[in-house]
Design a protein around this ligand. Structure first.
Ligand SMILES: [Zn+2]
Length: 111
């Protein structure tokens, strides 16, 4: 990607799209605590990150030590998206104002 803003944002902080989910699992070991009939204690939590990029959906397990880093990347991505949405919104407003100004100028010239 060569878009300067994207490169600048990547230099400041890593950004990643997606959402984290927490899971608890049952294993195949006979007599394990996860299958205790009275008080089953499932294994976990395991964290899973799911995201869609370039029309491709991906899911990845995130190990505990990387959880904080991944959460920070998700927050950075959210903030980045919010800023670009605002930027696009402003660009649309500017385009609308310019169009109106051109129409007004044409009306004045016609008189
Ligand atoms: Zn188990």
């Amino acid at each position: 990607m060569s878009w300067p803003l994207v490169r600048a944002a990547a230099a400041v902080a890593a950004a990643a799209p997606g959402s984290l989910s927490k899971q608890y699992n049952v294993c195949g070991k006979p007599g394990c605590r996860c299958k205790d009939p009275a008080n089953p204690q499932r294994h976990g939590p395991y964290y899973q990150l799911s995201w869609v990029h370039a029309c491709k959906s991906t899911t990845q397990f995130i190990r505990g030590p990387f959880l904080a880093e991944v959460k920070a990347q998700l927050a950075t991505y959210k903030a980045f998206r919010k800023l670009t949405d605002e930027w696009v919104e402003l660009a649309l407003q500017v385009a609308k104002i310019k169009l109106q100004a051109a129409k007004d100028a044409a009306k004045v010239a016609a008189k």
